[in-house]
Ligand binder design. Sequence first.
Ligand SMILES: [Zn+2]
Length: 226
Amino acid sequence: MILTRKFLCQALLEGIAPLTCLKCAEPIPFETHIAGVCSFCVMNWGVFETDMTSITLFRERFYTEWIAVGFRLRDSGTRAILHRCKYGGDPKCIKGLGRWMACRWPPPPKGSVLTPVPIHWKRRLQRGYNQAKVFADGLAEVWGIEVDGGALLRVKHGKSLTGSSRQERGEVLKQTYGCDYKVNSDSRLVILVDDVLTTGATLRACRDILEKQGRKVVGAVVLAMA
Ligand SMILES: [Zn+2]
């Protein structure tokens, strides 16, 4: 009964205001879009396959056992999607991308938990959400695992690291993250979650913090690789 009502509402909505693809403006049926983009346009995203090539490319930047990666951040189209997820006040968009990715990649090892890379509380207040946490929520929904949004903390409200060298990033990031004092009593394996992978310095800084507390980081998931 509820399903029928949901279906009727959607059919009605589609009639009044048909959903159109953000890229090509063609109408798309409800529930078949990925972040507002039709499946035909998604094919041009540079989506990573679940194979050794993707794993090798990922490991060149952040070496870890288990990985999952969405698409390559290569043109204005994919950059616009990420911008919308991060600054556009559209958490539904990034949550949907989490579900989409979790349908493509097999779930992480048993006994693991998703730990999103944190943003500073001031930034979260401005944006209303942490995009990595919402992305993790979308993944968790499909994979059926838990999200530990409070394990890592961003202690420094730093400037954007875009444009800085690898060494500069590493130094700044060392002092940027901290963790919750309860984190060492948790024996679950950690899968780090972030929206973008650039040099891998952020993931390395987060892993160092957690491993100092005795946690084991066994993998990472990112939506886009720059
Ligand atoms: Zn399209």
